[in-house]
Design a protein around this ligand. Structure first.
Ligand SMILES: C[S@@+](CC[C@H](N)C(=O)[O-])C[C@H]1O[C@@H](n2cnc3c(N)ncnc32)[C@H](O)[C@@H]1O
Length: 446
């Protein structure tokens, strides 16, 4: 960027004000002073040290434009109004002013970037790309904490949620540090997933945990749930990620934050394998891990991974070694015409589970992803009451073996559980008496 073009002299209106009035003046008429970066609007008057020069806002270009209240202050205190030349250069221009000067008029100035420690992360539009280095330089120069400016290049990797990046300005250093929920997280931004906008959501979920809880985080990243949950809530935490770099940094973060590693256990497995291995350890000497919360934060596909719980907790031939856990599943839900995001999210979950989830589930919007897509968190205890197939709860006629009379039973599975089983992992193998209902549509009261 040619910074020389910002070197210029301008004439502004100025007031010669006695020192004793300066305090009151700057309090009352602050908005009428020049406001520019690295620029003093009250300067000494060399010829008289009992007075100062106050430089007025550039919008007030002549006496007639002085606002009435300032005009009367000037008159009542016999203040002299003069013209003064000021010298400006690059440092006296804001980010917007710089880009307005150097970009063509039809190019929108990017107003938002995500800051990850010393990194500013941009997502430039196609028409902005020819000016990417100018934009990067302006962000670098005008934001003191920013040392590296990046732009996202190409699509997000569907598995590790990482993306290719290009350094637009500053140091080529992608290893950054971010403080979140009383922990310091270090990671290479190009190698792992990180989203600073999730910090409140991380906190909100962690805040619901108790020290007696055991948590299974299937997509743990570099540990933004794991480290603070163990540090602040003293939970027991099993954290897993498929990306070896995420696990490498999660271990480093646990160590740097002095996290009690007798409570935090970290794994580098596929999420389904991780869950199965916690419940049915391959090593015979190990006992099943009795986790009571599950975090699933891979919003693009978390819901699909619910099949691992369906196959374990809803299969009557399985005998899960622990009671059904509370699942906290993040997902992207499309805005439907009726706009009921909660209902759509619940339906998406139930389609994978093939089961109706208990009515006391909670579901809310975490953030908007695009005008038509929201990131949602749905929390529910794994159901084991009503089978669910698509839109309908389907029941078929079966014969009660004892009384030899016809009864109805869920068609989706040959056997089912009683409602009272919902808090345990027990499975029964014959239909229960309260299943004598006819085929009916699922009416969800939530
Ligand atoms: C959206 S990130 C969330 C990370 C972290 N929970 C957070 O809030 O920042 C999803 C994570 O899932 C991991 N992942 C993707 N597929 C996986 C799989 N099959 N098994 C385990 N982890 C997986 C990715 O590497 C990524 O770190």
């Amino acid at each position: 960027m040619n910074k020389e073009i910002f070197k210029q002299s301008r004439q502004v209106l100025a007031l010669i004000v006695s020192n004793r009035l300066i305090h009151n003046f700057s309090k009352e008429f602050k908005g009428h002073l020049i406001i520019r970066p690295c620029f003093k609007s009250i300067i000494p008057l060399e010829s008289d040290d009992s007075k100062k020069i106050i430089l007025l806002n550039e919008k007030i270009s002549n006496d007639t434009e002085i606002p009435d209240n300032l005009q009367s202050f000037i008159k009542s205190n016999e203040i002299e109004v003069v013209k003064k030349t000021i010298d400006l250069d690059y440092k006296n221009f804001t980010y917007e002013q710089v880009l307005k000067t150097v970009l063509p008029e039809n190019i929108t100035i990017p107003h938002a970037f995500e800051r990850i420690g010393h990194i500013a992360h941009l997502n430039l539009r196609d028409e902005q790309l020819p000016y990417k280095h100018l934009i990067g330089q302006a962000i670098l120069d005008k934001n003191l904490q920013v040392k590296t400016v990046l732009n996202k290049v190409g699509k997000i990797d569907t598995v590790f949620r990482t993306f290719q990046i290009e350094v637009l300005a500053g140091e080529d250093n992608l290893v950054t540090e971010v403080k979140e929920n009383e922990c310091l997280f270090k990671f290479n931004f190009s190698e792992v997933y990180w989203n600073s906008r999730l910090q409140y959501e991380h906190f909100n979920l962690i805040d619901t945990f108790k020290s007696s809880d055991t948590i299974c985080d299937m997509f743990a990243g570099v540990g933004p749930f794991a480290c603070p949950a163990v540090k602040l809530k003293k939970c027991t935490f099993y954290a897993n990620d498929l990306n070896p770099n995420s696990v490498k940094y999660m271990k480093e973060n646990a160590n740097n934050n002095k996290i009690d590693t007798t409570r935090l256990f970290m794994f580098n497995l596929d999420a389904r394998e991780f869950v199965r291995d916690l419940l049915y350890p391959k090593e015979k000497s190990k006992k099943p891990v009795p986790f009571n919360h599950v975090i699933m934060n891979l919003p693009s596909t978390s819901i699909e991974f619910l099949d691992v719980f369906r196959d374990i907790f809803l299969d009557p031939n399985q005998n899960p070694p622990i009671p059904p856990p509370m699942i906290h599943c993040y997902t992207f839900t499309k805005n439907t015409e009726d706009g009921d995001l909660v209902e759509s999210t619940r339906k998406n979950v139930e389609k994978v589970l093939n089961y109706k989830i208990p009515d006391d589930f909670t579901c809310f919007e975490v953030r908007d992803v695009s005008p038509n897509k929201r990131m949602m968190r749905i929390s529910f205890v794994m159901p084991n009451i009503l089978p669910y197939i698509g839109e309908e709860i389907v029941r078929v006629e079966v014969v009660d073996p004892k009384k030899n009379i016809k009864k109805s039973s869920p068609a989706s599975i040959a056997t089912t559980t009683t409602p009272s089983d919902s808090s345990t992992s027990k499975r029964t193998s014959s239909p229960t008496s309260n299943e004598s209902e006819t085929i009916k549509k699922a009416k969800h009261e939530s």
